[in-house]
Design a protein around this ligand. Structure first.
Ligand code: NAP
Length: 257
């Protein structure tokens, strides 16, 4: 049994849907005070109200993780309202598709700006508060795509997700001085709104390539993040955990037959 996150102040970015919303719900059900963030305020407030309807402590703060001023304002508002920040789940991300022939420099900058620079900006803005926390925790949402695997159409996305891990390894050393840990979850294919937008054919083909024969749930990722956030994970930093139903394991299609 892990010690409780009761009373801890948690910020989850990209939490108006999908994995971020799953993390927010699981952490709030553990007794944490959870600030959720995303760009579109109306949807964000609606999901926060839904979680509060379950009796959970969840508040919405709109912000864009790719924008320095927006991130600083968001983090300051959360820290002010929740009396600090103990745990940052840097989860906001986008995954538009484009082959090497199609990709523009603007596509590249947008994906790297949100997925990689966004993590850096959020960690940096949270640092003063994480330093004051009893124990500070950062959990990044990376991906198997980039750090472990490749997929046509996601060169820019894969680069952004690998960049998060390169950032994490040096950050882990710098943050260790303040007893702050930083680790990453690497989801496989998880059933979220973003994934469903890619169409049923994509969803079916992905499920068929997973040894456990199903796509992941947002809770599958949230419970891994919860472990990284726990007091008991205090000697674990700069590490990444693949949560993919075994998807990266088969050497060939024959292995799945
Ligand atoms: P999703 O359902 O599309 O949700 C993405 C969330 O991020 C939304 O709340 C979105 O809200 C927010 N967001 C996007 N751009 C933002 C920005 N610039 N600033 C702040 N918030 C922003 O996506 P998901 O599938 O849950 O993915 C979440 C994370 O998991 C991403 O980092 C993704 O790369 C990673 N991941 C997902 C899978 C998967 O299979 N689903 C697999 C591996 C990794 P707004 O649009 O309102 O801002």
């Amino acid at each position: 049994m892990l010690s409780s996150l009761s009373g801890k102040s948690v910020l989850v970015t990209g939490a108006s849907s999908g994995i971020g919303l799953g993390i927010a719900g699981v952490f709030a059900r553990q007794g944490a005070r959870v600030a959720i963030s995303a760009r579109h305020a109306d949807k964000l407030e609606a999901v926060a109200a839904g979680l509060r309807g379950e009796g959970l402590q969840v508040q919405a703060y709109a912000g864009d993780v790719a924008d320095t001023a927006s991130v600083r304002a968001l983090v300051a508002a959360v820290a002010e309202a929740q009396g600090g920040i103990d745990v940052l789940c840097s989860n906001a991300g986008i995954f538009p598709s484009g082959t090497l022939d199609e990709l523009t420099a603007e596509d590249w900058d947008q994906v790297l700006g949100i997925n990689a620079k966004g993590s850096f900006l959020c960690v940096q803005a949270c640092l003063p508060y994480l330093r004051k926390a009893e124990y500070g925790r950062v959990i990044l949402t990376s991906s198997i795509t980039g750090p472990v695997t490749g997929f046509p159409g996601w060169a820019h996305y894969g680069a952004s997700k690998a960049a998060q891990l390169g950032f994490m390894r040096t950050a882990a050393i710098e943050l260790a001085r303040d007893n702050i840990t930083i680790n990453a979850v690497l989801p496989g294919n998880i059933l979220t709104e973003g994934l469903l937008d890619m169409g049923q054919a994509y969803v079916d083909s992905m499920a068929a390539s997973v040894p456990l024969k199903r796509l992941g749930s947002v809770e599958d990722i949230a419970y891994a993040a919860l472990f990284f956030a726990s007091q008991e994970a205090g000697y674990l930093t700069g590490q990444s955990l693949v949560i993919d139903g075994g998807q990266i394991l088969p050497e060939s299609l024959a292995a799945l037959a």
